[in-house]
Unconditional design. Structure first.
Length: 308
Protein backbone atom coordinates (compact mmCIF):
# COMPACT_ATOMS: atom_id res chain seq x y z
CA UNK A 1 0.00 0.00 0.00
CA UNK A 2 1.19 3.54 -0.75
CA UNK A 3 2.23 5.63 2.26
CA UNK A 4 -0.40 8.35 1.70
CA UNK A 5 -3.11 5.71 1.50
CA UNK A 6 -1.88 4.06 4.72
CA UNK A 7 -1.64 7.44 6.46
CA UNK A 8 -5.21 8.34 5.46
CA UNK A 9 -6.50 4.99 6.70
CA UNK A 10 -4.67 5.42 10.02
CA UNK A 11 -6.20 8.89 10.47
CA UNK A 12 -9.67 7.66 9.59
CA UNK A 13 -9.52 4.67 11.97
CA UNK A 14 -8.03 6.78 14.74
CA UNK A 15 -10.96 9.22 14.57
CA UNK A 16 -13.58 6.47 14.26
CA UNK A 17 -12.27 4.53 17.23
CA UNK A 18 -11.54 7.58 19.41
CA UNK A 19 -7.88 6.66 19.68
CA UNK A 20 -4.84 8.79 20.35
CA UNK A 21 -1.36 7.98 19.06
CA UNK A 22 1.65 8.61 21.29
CA UNK A 23 5.18 8.19 19.94
CA UNK A 24 8.56 8.25 21.64
CA UNK A 25 11.25 10.60 20.32
CA UNK A 26 13.27 7.58 19.04
CA UNK A 27 10.50 6.20 16.80
CA UNK A 28 10.77 6.22 13.01
CA UNK A 29 10.21 9.67 11.49
CA UNK A 30 6.96 8.67 9.78
CA UNK A 31 5.57 7.39 13.08
CA UNK A 32 6.55 10.58 14.92
CA UNK A 33 4.91 12.61 12.16
CA UNK A 34 1.55 10.87 12.39
CA UNK A 35 1.44 10.81 16.21
CA UNK A 36 -0.81 13.16 18.20
CA UNK A 37 1.96 13.57 20.76
CA UNK A 38 5.67 12.82 20.78
CA UNK A 39 7.85 12.97 23.85
CA UNK A 40 10.17 11.38 26.36
CA UNK A 41 9.15 8.64 28.78
CA UNK A 42 7.98 11.11 31.43
CA UNK A 43 6.03 13.34 29.04
CA UNK A 44 4.31 10.40 27.35
CA UNK A 45 3.19 8.82 30.62
CA UNK A 46 1.67 12.16 31.61
CA UNK A 47 -0.02 12.48 28.20
CA UNK A 48 -1.49 9.00 28.62
CA UNK A 49 -3.17 10.10 31.88
CA UNK A 50 -4.55 13.33 30.40
CA UNK A 51 -6.14 11.85 27.26
CA UNK A 52 -9.86 11.14 27.29
CA UNK A 53 -9.59 8.80 24.30
CA UNK A 54 -10.83 5.20 24.54
CA UNK A 55 -7.64 3.79 23.05
CA UNK A 56 -4.03 4.79 23.51
CA UNK A 57 -1.86 3.48 20.70
CA UNK A 58 1.62 3.57 22.17
CA UNK A 59 4.39 3.71 19.59
CA UNK A 60 7.32 2.90 21.80
CA UNK A 61 8.53 -0.16 23.65
CA UNK A 62 6.71 -2.52 26.00
CA UNK A 63 7.54 -0.82 29.33
CA UNK A 64 6.14 2.48 28.02
CA UNK A 65 2.81 0.97 27.02
CA UNK A 66 2.78 -0.86 30.35
CA UNK A 67 3.32 2.42 32.23
CA UNK A 68 0.36 3.92 30.36
CA UNK A 69 -1.76 0.87 31.29
CA UNK A 70 -0.68 1.20 34.94
CA UNK A 71 -1.58 4.89 35.10
CA UNK A 72 -4.77 4.74 33.00
CA UNK A 73 -6.62 1.48 33.80
CA UNK A 74 -9.84 2.90 32.28
CA UNK A 75 -8.28 3.08 28.81
CA UNK A 76 -7.21 0.32 26.44
CA UNK A 77 -3.50 0.59 25.67
CA UNK A 78 -2.23 -0.89 22.42
CA UNK A 79 1.38 -1.64 21.49
CA UNK A 80 1.46 -2.09 17.69
CA UNK A 81 4.47 -4.44 17.75
CA UNK A 82 4.33 -6.91 20.62
CA UNK A 83 8.02 -7.79 20.30
CA UNK A 84 9.20 -4.20 20.84
CA UNK A 85 10.88 -4.61 24.20
CA UNK A 86 13.71 -2.86 26.01
CA UNK A 87 16.81 -5.00 26.55
CA UNK A 88 17.76 -2.89 29.57
CA UNK A 89 14.35 -3.42 31.22
CA UNK A 90 14.93 -7.18 30.87
CA UNK A 91 18.19 -6.92 32.82
CA UNK A 92 16.39 -6.89 36.18
CA UNK A 93 13.61 -9.22 37.32
CA UNK A 94 11.35 -8.79 40.34
CA UNK A 95 12.81 -11.97 41.82
CA UNK A 96 16.41 -10.78 41.51
CA UNK A 97 15.45 -7.37 42.92
CA UNK A 98 13.74 -9.00 45.93
CA UNK A 99 16.96 -10.90 46.66
CA UNK A 100 19.06 -7.72 46.37
CA UNK A 101 16.69 -5.78 48.66
CA UNK A 102 17.44 -8.31 51.41
CA UNK A 103 21.14 -7.39 51.18
CA UNK A 104 20.36 -3.67 51.63
CA UNK A 105 17.42 -3.51 54.05
CA UNK A 106 17.92 0.21 54.72
CA UNK A 107 18.07 1.26 51.07
CA UNK A 108 15.21 2.91 49.20
CA UNK A 109 14.62 1.32 45.79
CA UNK A 110 14.54 3.77 42.89
CA UNK A 111 13.69 2.22 39.57
CA UNK A 112 14.21 3.80 36.20
CA UNK A 113 10.94 3.77 34.27
CA UNK A 114 12.69 1.46 31.75
CA UNK A 115 11.64 -1.55 33.82
CA UNK A 116 8.80 -4.08 33.96
CA UNK A 117 5.60 -3.52 35.95
CA UNK A 118 6.72 -6.28 38.38
CA UNK A 119 9.99 -4.46 39.07
CA UNK A 120 8.15 -1.15 39.55
CA UNK A 121 5.86 -2.92 42.02
CA UNK A 122 8.95 -3.90 44.07
CA UNK A 123 10.26 -0.31 44.07
CA UNK A 124 9.63 2.67 46.32
CA UNK A 125 9.65 5.23 43.54
CA UNK A 126 10.27 5.47 39.78
CA UNK A 127 12.30 8.03 37.88
CA UNK A 128 12.98 8.90 34.27
CA UNK A 129 16.06 10.37 32.65
CA UNK A 130 14.40 13.79 33.01
CA UNK A 131 14.03 13.67 36.79
CA UNK A 132 16.36 10.96 38.18
CA UNK A 133 18.52 13.39 40.18
CA UNK A 134 15.50 15.26 41.61
CA UNK A 135 13.76 12.00 42.54
CA UNK A 136 16.80 10.63 44.39
CA UNK A 137 17.49 13.95 46.13
CA UNK A 138 13.84 14.20 47.20
CA UNK A 139 14.15 11.05 49.35
CA UNK A 140 15.00 11.08 53.07
CA UNK A 141 16.94 7.81 52.71
CA UNK A 142 20.71 8.03 52.40
CA UNK A 143 21.16 4.65 50.71
CA UNK A 144 19.59 4.07 47.30
CA UNK A 145 19.36 0.82 45.38
CA UNK A 146 19.10 2.06 41.80
CA UNK A 147 17.84 -0.27 39.04
CA UNK A 148 18.44 -1.22 36.28
CA UNK A 149 20.74 1.31 34.51
CA UNK A 150 24.30 1.48 35.86
CA UNK A 151 25.10 4.53 33.71
CA UNK A 152 22.12 6.54 34.92
CA UNK A 153 22.92 5.39 38.48
CA UNK A 154 26.44 6.71 38.04
CA UNK A 155 25.18 10.03 36.66
CA UNK A 156 22.86 10.37 39.67
CA UNK A 157 25.72 9.51 42.05
CA UNK A 158 27.78 12.32 40.50
CA UNK A 159 24.95 14.75 41.20
CA UNK A 160 23.87 13.65 44.65
CA UNK A 161 25.38 13.09 48.09
CA UNK A 162 23.45 9.81 48.53
CA UNK A 163 25.13 6.41 48.50
CA UNK A 164 23.97 4.87 45.23
CA UNK A 165 24.07 1.09 44.86
CA UNK A 166 23.82 0.49 41.09
CA UNK A 167 22.33 -2.51 39.33
CA UNK A 168 24.46 -3.77 36.47
CA UNK A 169 22.01 -3.14 33.61
CA UNK A 170 22.61 -0.84 30.68
CA UNK A 171 21.13 0.23 27.38
CA UNK A 172 23.10 -1.51 24.60
CA UNK A 173 22.44 1.37 22.20
CA UNK A 174 23.77 4.08 24.53
CA UNK A 175 26.52 1.96 26.06
CA UNK A 176 27.93 1.34 22.59
CA UNK A 177 28.45 5.06 21.98
CA UNK A 178 32.18 5.35 22.69
CA UNK A 179 34.50 8.23 23.52
CA UNK A 180 36.35 7.46 20.28
CA UNK A 181 33.09 8.03 18.33
CA UNK A 182 32.50 11.32 20.06
CA UNK A 183 36.13 12.43 19.65
CA UNK A 184 35.93 11.79 15.89
CA UNK A 185 32.72 13.82 15.46
CA UNK A 186 34.02 16.61 17.70
CA UNK A 187 37.15 16.84 15.59
CA UNK A 188 35.05 17.19 12.45
CA UNK A 189 32.75 19.80 14.08
CA UNK A 190 34.82 21.60 16.73
CA UNK A 191 32.29 24.42 17.20
CA UNK A 192 29.33 22.14 17.90
CA UNK A 193 27.71 21.85 21.34
CA UNK A 194 27.54 18.26 22.60
CA UNK A 195 24.26 17.09 24.15
CA UNK A 196 24.24 13.62 25.71
CA UNK A 197 21.68 11.30 27.28
CA UNK A 198 22.45 10.05 30.81
CA UNK A 199 22.21 6.42 29.63
CA UNK A 200 25.63 7.02 28.03
CA UNK A 201 28.87 5.98 29.75
CA UNK A 202 30.50 8.40 32.19
CA UNK A 203 33.47 9.16 29.90
CA UNK A 204 31.06 10.16 27.11
CA UNK A 205 29.12 12.40 29.51
CA UNK A 206 32.35 13.99 30.69
CA UNK A 207 33.18 14.94 27.09
CA UNK A 208 29.73 16.47 26.60
CA UNK A 209 28.55 20.01 27.27
CA UNK A 210 25.12 19.11 28.61
CA UNK A 211 23.14 16.07 29.73
CA UNK A 212 19.43 15.81 29.00
CA UNK A 213 16.48 13.47 28.52
CA UNK A 214 15.32 13.37 24.90
CA UNK A 215 12.71 16.08 25.42
CA UNK A 216 15.28 18.10 27.37
CA UNK A 217 17.53 17.97 24.29
CA UNK A 218 14.72 19.13 22.02
CA UNK A 219 13.88 22.04 24.30
CA UNK A 220 17.51 23.04 24.73
CA UNK A 221 18.34 22.90 21.02
CA UNK A 222 15.42 25.24 20.31
CA UNK A 223 16.52 27.91 22.80
CA UNK A 224 20.32 27.61 22.49
CA UNK A 225 22.16 30.23 20.45
CA UNK A 226 24.43 27.50 18.99
CA UNK A 227 23.97 26.62 15.36
CA UNK A 228 25.52 23.11 15.52
CA UNK A 229 25.04 20.17 17.88
CA UNK A 230 26.49 16.71 18.34
CA UNK A 231 23.85 14.39 19.73
CA UNK A 232 24.92 11.45 21.89
CA UNK A 233 21.77 9.35 22.07
CA UNK A 234 19.63 7.10 19.86
CA UNK A 235 19.59 8.56 16.37
CA UNK A 236 15.78 8.68 16.00
CA UNK A 237 15.76 12.00 17.84
CA UNK A 238 17.55 13.70 14.93
CA UNK A 239 14.28 13.63 12.98
CA UNK A 240 12.54 16.08 15.31
CA UNK A 241 15.66 18.09 16.06
CA UNK A 242 16.07 18.81 12.34
CA UNK A 243 12.36 19.39 11.77
CA UNK A 244 12.09 21.87 14.68
CA UNK A 245 15.33 23.71 13.80
CA UNK A 246 15.77 23.72 10.02
CA UNK A 247 18.43 26.44 10.27
CA UNK A 248 20.63 24.44 12.70
CA UNK A 249 22.85 21.42 12.08
CA UNK A 250 22.79 18.16 14.02
CA UNK A 251 25.33 15.34 13.92
CA UNK A 252 24.98 11.88 15.43
CA UNK A 253 27.90 10.28 17.29
CA UNK A 254 27.67 6.93 15.57
CA UNK A 255 25.62 5.42 12.78
CA UNK A 256 25.22 2.39 15.07
CA UNK A 257 23.31 4.32 17.75
CA UNK A 258 20.01 2.80 16.64
CA UNK A 259 17.70 0.85 18.95
CA UNK A 260 16.08 -1.94 16.88
CA UNK A 261 13.15 -2.14 19.29
CA UNK A 262 12.38 1.55 18.81
CA UNK A 263 12.35 1.00 15.06
CA UNK A 264 10.07 -2.05 15.18
CA UNK A 265 6.85 -0.11 14.56
CA UNK A 266 6.27 1.06 11.00
CA UNK A 267 3.14 2.48 9.32
CA UNK A 268 1.92 -1.01 8.39
CA UNK A 269 2.15 -2.20 11.99
CA UNK A 270 0.36 0.94 13.19
CA UNK A 271 -2.46 0.46 10.70
CA UNK A 272 -2.83 -3.21 11.62
CA UNK A 273 -2.91 -2.25 15.27
CA UNK A 274 -5.84 0.15 14.72
CA UNK A 275 -7.69 -2.27 12.44
CA UNK A 276 -7.43 -5.20 14.82
CA UNK A 277 -7.08 -3.33 18.12
CA UNK A 278 -3.85 -5.15 18.86
CA UNK A 279 -1.82 -5.72 21.00
CA UNK A 280 -3.65 -4.94 24.22
CA UNK A 281 -1.23 -4.38 27.11
CA UNK A 282 -2.57 -5.30 30.53
CA UNK A 283 -1.04 -5.61 33.98
CA UNK A 284 -2.44 -7.89 36.72
CA UNK A 285 -4.36 -5.67 39.18
CA UNK A 286 -2.26 -6.51 42.28
CA UNK A 287 0.95 -5.62 40.39
CA UNK A 288 -0.63 -2.57 38.77
CA UNK A 289 -1.69 -1.03 42.09
CA UNK A 290 1.80 -1.37 43.59
CA UNK A 291 3.56 -0.19 40.42
CA UNK A 292 1.22 2.82 40.23
CA UNK A 293 2.30 3.89 43.71
CA UNK A 294 5.92 4.07 42.53
CA UNK A 295 4.92 6.04 39.41
CA UNK A 296 2.58 8.36 41.35
CA UNK A 297 5.34 9.16 43.84
CA UNK A 298 7.58 10.12 40.93
CA UNK A 299 4.90 12.31 39.36
CA UNK A 300 4.37 14.02 42.73
CA UNK A 301 8.09 14.94 42.85
CA UNK A 302 7.82 16.44 39.39
CA UNK A 303 4.66 18.34 40.34
CA UNK A 304 6.13 19.81 43.53
CA UNK A 305 9.19 20.93 41.54
CA UNK A 306 6.94 22.66 38.99
CA UNK A 307 5.03 24.46 41.74
CA UNK A 308 8.21 25.76 43.37
P1 LIG B 1 13.84 9.50 27.45
O1 LIG B 1 14.96 10.42 27.72
O2 LIG B 1 13.04 9.92 26.28
O3 LIG B 1 12.95 9.28 28.63
O4 LIG B 1 14.47 8.14 26.92
C1 LIG B 1 14.73 7.05 27.47
C2 LIG B 1 14.83 5.86 26.64
O5 LIG B 1 15.85 5.33 26.43
C3 LIG B 1 13.66 5.30 26.10
O6 LIG B 1 13.97 4.08 25.62
FE1 LIG C 1 15.82 0.34 25.90
FE2 LIG C 1 17.96 1.64 25.08
FE3 LIG C 1 16.17 0.92 23.31
FE4 LIG C 1 15.63 2.86 25.08
S1 LIG C 1 17.14 2.93 23.47
S2 LIG C 1 14.29 1.14 24.49
S3 LIG C 1 16.76 2.12 26.86
S4 LIG C 1 17.40 -0.46 24.57
Amino acid sequence: MQNTHIINKIKELKARKNAVILAHNYERGEIQDIADFTGDSLGLSQQAVQQDADFIVFCGVHFMAESAAILSPDKTVLLPEINAGCPMASMVTAEALRAEKKKYPNAAVVCYVNSTAEVKAESDICCTSANAVEVVNSLDDEEILFVPDKNLADYVAQNSTKRIIPWKGYCPTHNHILVSDLARVKKAHPGAEVLAHPECRRDVLEMSDRVFSTTGMLEYARRSASGEFIIATENGILHKLKKDNPEKRFYCTSEFAVCPDMKAIDLDALLLSLERMQHVITVPEDVRVKAKLALDRMLAVKRSRQVL
